[in-house]
Design a protein around this ligand. Structure first.
Ligand SMILES: [Zn+2]
Length: 380
């Protein structure tokens, strides 16, 4: 992590009561370097020193404070069904948020004009001066090359493998602001790590259950950032023996090709052709909850596939906390509860003890928040 980020994070953690000495203790940066960083941040107006009335003898402690309005970071999350945006100030308070449906991909021209309009509206509605936006984080559902800033694929919203859309170059050209792009799954776990109910948890796994299924990993406080050719937490595309369904990625038998939100509707159409009222994931879940045996059979299969994916993440990364998010992560959902039950059946209890399981309280904004955070980490 860059020194400016380490220092500003420490000042924020100190809730505007830390002196340079406290910052040095927290960051472990050498005294001389730390002082230089602090002085530069003070000179540039990102920090200010609060004046305290001297009390008693000795030099008064000078508490360092964040100037919240000195910089803003935008987090965009292009999900396969909905897109979210947040603007955070330098205190990482959310000063603006919005969401809208993601249009299905029909080509670069239409996509970019939609993306630019989404961003422009966020800036104009929030009424922040655009020159104070110091970075944009862009989370995208699909396979994202973070080094080249390209969308390699986004199967769940219509982008086939190999599309290689230069999203970062185009967004930077449009906004003239530095940007960083990553997958919505990586951004989600970063958002949870910094802003969620288990923030600061050293070993954390997020599980997204929605149209797509995927996972993100924080290991020893570090975000594991995947690349298209070596993805991290790619459980939606774990191959499940006996599953023959074609996946949006082009393979057959992927977990997501059965358990994903759109896939469940397709399975229902295939297995229950004369029950059109059950041809959606929500209707199927509701019918299963009400005891419909065909719906229960489909949901139970989906739950057992989900459980295999989640249990594998536990086996690989030994998290202390698992946080669920996405449209199918509902405490009253039949599929969600069946998934937890199947997970407990598949994973030996000694591997499960001590793992905290919860549903995100970030209301769908976890990836947008993570995107804003990674923009700050890269460009502050
Ligand atoms: Zn697949």
């Amino acid at each position: 992590m860059r020194n400016t980020v380490l220092v500003a994070d420490a000042v924020r953690r100190g809730k505007n009561n830390f002196s340079k000495k406290d910052v040095q203790r927290e960051t472990q940066i050498s005294w001389g370097t730390m002082c230089k960083v602090v002085d530069n941040l003070l000179a540039d107006g990102f920090l200010f020193a609060r004046k305290e009335e001297p009390s008693g003898r000795g030099r008064p402690m000078i508490p360092l404070c964040i100037n919240p309005e000195a910089a803003f970071y935008v987090g965009l999350d292009i999900g396969s069904s909905h897109s979210h945006a947040v603007i955070c100030n330098l205190n990482f308070s959310v000063i603006f948020r919005t969401s809208q449906p993601t249009p299905r991909y029909t080509g670069q021209e239409a996509f970019f004009s939609w993306l630019f309009a989404f961003y422009d509206n966020v800036i104009s509605e929030s009424q922040i001066p655009s020159e104070k936006v110091k970075g944009i984080g862009l989370a995208i559902s699909g396979n994202i090359d973070t080094t080249t800033g390209t969308i390699v694929s986004g199967g769940n919203w219509g982008i086939k493998w190999g599309a290689n859309i230069p999203v970062l170059e185009k967004l930077t050209e449009h906004t003239q602001i530095s940007a960083f792009t990553l997958t919505t799954q990586s951004a989600a776990v970063l958002g949870e790590y910094h802003f969620g109910r288990k923030q600061g948890c050293a070993n954390m796994v997020t599980i997204g259950l929605g149209v797509g299924i995927g996972s993100g990993v924080i290991s020893d406080h570090q975000l594991l950032l995947g690349q298209p050719t070596r993805p991290i937490g790619y459980i939606g595309h774990m191959l499940i023996p006996g599953n023959q369904h074609e996946c949006t990625c082009g393979f057959h038998g992927c977990l997501e090709s059965y358990s994903g939100g759109n896939s469940l509707a397709e399975i229902a159409r295939e297995q229950l052709p004369d029950r059109p009222e059950l041809h959606s994931a929500a209707a199927l879940d509701h019918a299963a909850a009400n005891g419909n045996p065909e719906a229960i059979a489909i949901i139970s299969t989906a739950a057992s596939y989900n459980a295999a994916g989640i249990a594998s993440m536990v086996q690989l990364y030994s998290p202390e906390s698992i946080i669920f998010y996405g449209g199918q992560s509902r405490s009253d959902g039949f599929l969600f509860n069946r998934t937890l039950k199947a997970f407990k059946e598949i994973l030996p209890s000694e591997r499960r003890t001590g793992i905290d399981i919860s549903i995100s309280n970030l209301n769908g904004y976890q990836s947008a928040l993570g995107a804003a955070r990674i923009a700050y980490e890269n460009f502050f």
